[in-house]
Design a protein around this ligand. Structure first.
Ligand code: C2E
Ligand code: CA
Ligand code: CA
Ligand code: CA
Length: 277
C-alpha cells in the first residue's frame, strides 16, 4: 500500500497507520472477546420521577481489552456492527441482562424492567424474535421485565420491521425508541410502530436550562409522548435543576449521572436494598 518510488505515493501517514492498526487489533480482539470473557455489563438506574424509585436499569456493555484496557462501546459497537460481530455480542448482552435481572428478582429485590440496546443489524437478522424468546425462556425472566431500546434507524419504514415489532409486542416485551429526535426520520412512524416509550436524547437534556431551543424540544417531546399515550424518559440527567424541570413538565422517568453512572451489578443490588430497607 505504501510506495515511495519516484511518484512518491504515500497513502498512510504514521498517524493513519496507528488508527488502522488499532482498528485491526480491536477487530481481532472482538472475535476472541466473548470466549475469553472480556465483556461485562454495567447497569444504570432509571428512576420514576414523582416517587424517586428505581423502576428499571439500562444494560450497557463494557470491554476490558487485555492490552488496550477499557474500551468504550462508542468505539467498538460501530466496529462490531460493521463486521457483523454485533450479532453474537448483542445476543450475549441480551442473555446476560435477562439472567442478571432474574437473579435480582430471585434474591428478593423489587422487580425491575431491564432495558437492552439493540442495534439495527441485530434487529434485522432473521429470527431475531426467536433469539429474544429463547433468552427469556432459558433465563426464566418474564417478558414484561424486558425492554428493548431500538433506534430510529431500525424504524425506517419497513414492513419487515413492523412485523417483528408486533411479534415482540405479542410476546409482552416493552419497546422503546432510543435517542429520540436524532435520527432524521419522519414522525409518521410513531403511528405505525407498536412502541411503548420514547427516550429523550441526552443532547437535548444537556443544555435544557441554558438553551431555550433545547427546552422547547424537550417540552414538545414530553407533550407528544403524553398525547400519544407513550411513556417518556429523559437520559443524561446530571443536575437537580434538570430533574426539577422534568418533574414540572410531567416527564415520567429519568436516567443520568445525577442518580448514578452505569455500575456493576452488585452496586444495583445495594441501591435496591437501600430502597426497601
Ligand atoms: P446510549 O444507548 O445512548 O447510552 C447512553 C450513554 O450515555 C451511555 O454511554 C451512558 O453511560 C451515558 N450516560 C448516561 N448518563 C449520562 C449522563 O448523565 N451524562 C453523560 N454525559 N453521559 C451519560 P456508554 O455506556 O459509553 O454507551 C455508549 C453507547 O454505546 C450507547 O449509547 C449505545 O448506543 C452503545 N451501547 C452500549 N452498550 C450496548 C449494547 O449492549 N448493545 C448495543 N447495540 N449498543 C450498546
Ligand atoms: Ca440506550
Ligand atoms: Ca440513548
Ligand atoms: Ca446515544
Amino acid at each position: 500500500v505504501k510506495e515511495q518510488g519516484k511518484n512518491n505515493f504515500q497513502f498512510y501517514t504514521p498517524e493513519m497507520n496507528e488508527v488502522v492498526s488499532r482498528r485491526m487489533n480491536l477487530e481481532i480482539g472482538l472475535r476472541k472477546g466473548i470466549q475469553k470473557n472480556e465483556f461485562t455489563v454495567h447497569y444504570q438506574p432509571q428512576v420514576d420521577i414523582p416517587t424517586g424509585t428505581v423502576v428499571g436499569v439500562e444494560a450497557l456493555i463494557r470491554w476490558q481489552h487485555p492490552k488496550l484496557g477499557l474500551i468504550s462501546p462508542a468505539e467498538f459497537i460501530p466496529l462490531a456492527e460493521e463486521t457483523g460481530l454485533i450479532i453474537p455480542i448483542g445476543e450475549w448482552v441480551l442473555r446476560e441482562a435477562c439472567r442478571q435481572n432474574k437473579a435480582w428478582q430471585d434474591a428478593g429485590l423489587p422487580p425491575l424492567r431491564i432495558a437492552v440496546n439493540i442495534s439495527s443489524r441485530q434487529f434485522q437478522q432473521s429470527g431475531f424474535a426467536e433469539v429474544v424468546s429463547r433468552a427469556l425462556k432459558e433465563t426464566g425472566l418474564e417478558s414484561k421485565y424486558l425492554e428493548l431500546e431500538l433506534t430510529e434507524s431500525i424504524v425506517q419504514n419497513s414492513a419487515h420491521a413492523i412485523s417483528i415489532m408486533h411479534e415482540l409486542k405479542g410476546m409482552g416485551i416493552f419497546l422503546s425508541i432510543d435517542d429520540f429526535g436524532t435520527g432524521y426520520s419522519s414522525l409518521s412512524y410513531l403511528k405505525l410502530f407498536p412502541i411503548d416509550s420514547l427516550k429523550i436524547d441526552q443532547s437535548f437534556t444537556r443544555n435544557l436550562l441554558q438553551d431555550s431551543k433545547d427546552e422547547a424540544l424537550v417540552h414538545t417531546i414530553i407533550n407528544m409522548a403524553h398525547n400519544l399515550g407513550l411513556k417518556v424518559i429523559a437520559e443524561g440527567v446530571e443536575t437537580g435543576e434538570q430533574l426539577q424541570y422534568l418533574l414540572l413538565r410531567h416527564c415520567h422517568e429519568a436516567q443520568g449521572y445525577f442518580f448514578s453512572k452505569p455500575v456493576p451489578p452488585a452496586r444495583i443490588s445495594e441501591l435496591l436494598g437501600e430502597q426497601i430497607a
